[in-house]
Design a protein around this ligand. Structure first.
Ligand SMILES: CC(C)(COP(=O)(O)OP(=O)(O)OC[C@H]1O[C@@H](n2cnc3c(N)ncnc32)[C@H](O)[C@@H]1OP(=O)(O)O)[C@@H](O)C(=O)NCCC(=O)NCCS
Length: 218
């Protein structure tokens, strides 16, 4: 019998829901809608919140760049590593993305998260809810030990989200941003410190994903 795409690629079977928010793994068919939100802006162009400044590319290069990035999430999910880009929809409409990366998650049992929302959707508590959803996925769904976040020191909104969700600052560093040395702050969250907030999170498809990533055997 012909297999479904979800059987072939278990990340596609994952659904994380909380209230009016729903997250599913990015598929090729989602890319046009995601690009509409990117085109509407994610941050003031005088600044970049991203460690890899992907939004600095010329607008005409963005669509193909984003397709390559989508493909890279598939190729990086191999040999104990995972790269998931979760499309975040509110009432069915794309509002942003929640990324989850771990080059060796099977061995380290830790994931790094990164996220963005389109400008019209920022400052309404959605970023905090998304972060809580992905931490619930990591701890309850995948049984991991820690979630981390790295942020430029001047990214007040992201830092505040980390604080609200219960992360602890674990260190500081410096890296180049648009040619300038810039401070970075590193955060980590352990399950026992997780501030879950008021909303319930429902996760479907985590068992198959855990098996796919060999997390049960570790
Ligand atoms: C970071 C991001 C995902 C957060 O999502 P959001 O929906 O805007 O965040 P929330 O509304 O849930 O919470 C933001 C918190 O930061 C606070 N905040 C925002 N800007 C701030 C500023 N300049 N100074 C101090 N606090 C600030 C808000 O007051 C809020 O805290 P509160 O609930 O205690 O009032 C979103 O702002 C975004 O997409 N930014 C651009 C991309 C980005 O920075 N990604 C992260 C890269 S590491």
């Amino acid at each position: 019998m012909t297999r479904t795409l979800e059987e072939i690629w278990p990340p596609y079977g994952l659904v994380v829901e909380s209230g009016d928010l729903r997250m599913t793994a990015l598929r090729e068919a989602d890319v046009p809608e995601v690009l509409d939100v990117v085109a509407g802006g994610i941050h003031d162009p005088s600044w970049t919140p991203f460690l890899f400044p992907w939004t600095d590319a010329p607008a005409e290069e963005m669509p193909a760049n984003y397709m390559r990035f989508f493909a890279s999430t598939l190729t990086r999910t191999v040999d104990g590593g995972v790269s998931l880009e979760l499309v975040v929809r509110r009432n069915g409409r794309v509002v942003g993305m929640q990324g989850v990366n771990g080059p060796d998650v099977t061995a380290t049992r830790r994931l790094e998260t990164g996220s963005w929302l389109g400008l019209p959707f920022q400052g309404q508590g959605l970023g905090t809810r998304m972060r809580r959803m992905v931490c619930a996925l990591a701890f309850d769904g995948l049984g991991l030990d820690a979630v981390t976040s790295s942020v430029w020191e001047d990214n007040a909104a992201s830092r505040r989200v980390s604080e609200k969700v219960g992360y602890t600052e674990t260190g500081r560093g410096r890296a180049e941003r648009r040619g300038m040395p810039t401070g970075e702050v590193f955060f980590e969250l352990r399950p026992e410190d997780f501030d879950r907030g008021p909303d319930r999170v429902h996760i479907t498809g985590a068992d198959a994903l855990r098996r796919f990533l060999a997390l049960d055997a570790a």
